[in-house]
Design a protein around this ligand. Structure first.
Ligand code: SF4
Length: 241
């Protein structure tokens, strides 16, 4: 379940103008289709978002949501979860994928955070720029680009970071925004660089959500519904998958 470690140097070239224009046009069309702005789906504090995000790795939202609620109901605060028996944490999160790995990882990441900060608190990230905040988070055990972006974007911090999930990644690959061999981890920096540097947190959140929604509703893993897609003229994979 460990996310790939971020590369020390970006293994990509800055996007050219044609790619930037294409990314903007895709955003414009999908925003029309899925009606931006997209409402945020929850408002967790950043430590809780970190836990929620780690639970959600390769797991359906409904299952990770149930596991998160079970942890919340059992422990009065996240400090109490660090001290709990790992087997009990594992039992509470049975519905997620790899509970036997995620339970010790959750305790490990919270312990590391408390050791670094003296308390379980990530509110200070609000005073940082996005990239240093992401690097700070990615120095925690098991936290990669997807989790760091989720903590900054989805939590009440509402910072302008771009998360990329498996749907978002698949659609971006079919649209040739990223190459066929680019994995989810490295795709974060490439896709973010294609969008305007000054975009707001809401705009970047919308971009992630509309590409994810498109992957869920039209550009399915198997047999994408290209006949219903508004992007066929921009997509080299149209009617070929
Ligand atoms: S044209 Fe087909 S393959 Fe391309 S983004 Fe649309 S649904 Fe996906």
């Amino acid at each position: 379940m460990r996310e790939p470690a971020p590369a020390a140097e970006p293994a990509w070239a800055p996007p050219d103008e044609a790619v930037r224009e294409k990314a903007l046009e895709l955003h414009r069309r999908l925003c029309q289709t899925y009606e931006c702005p997209i409402p945020y789906f929850h408002s967790l504090d950043p430590v809780s978002e970190l836990i929620s995000s780690l639970l959600s790795h390769r797991t359906r939202n409904a299952d990770s949501g149930r596991a998160f609620k079970a942890l919340r109901a059992r422990f009065p605060d996240w400090d109490a979860m660090i001290e709990a028996e790992t087997g009990e944490v594992e039992e509470l999160i049975q519905g997620v994928r790899w509970p036997e790995l995620k339970a010790p990882r959750l305790q490990e990441v919270l312990r590391a955070l408390r050791d670094r900060q003296g308390k379980l608190d990530l509110d200070f990230l609000a005073g940082m720029e996005v990239e240093p905040a992401r690097r700070w988070l990615e120095a925690l055990p098991g936290v990669g680009p997807k989790t760091s972006a989720a903590v900054l974007s989805f939590s009440v911090l509402r910072m302008p970071a771009l998360p990329v999930d498996s749907h978002h990644h698949r659609v971006a690959q079919r649209l040739a925004l990223i190459g066929p061999k680019v994995d989810v981890g490295p795709s974060h920096a490439i896709l973010r660089a294609q969008l305007p540097a000054d975009w707001s947190a809401q705009a970047l959140y919308d971009n992630h959500e509309i590409l994810m929604l498109h992957g869920q509703k039209i550009c399915h893993y198997r047999r994408p519904a290209c006949d219903r897609c508004p992007l066929t003229d921009l997509c080299p994979s149209a009617f070929k998958v």
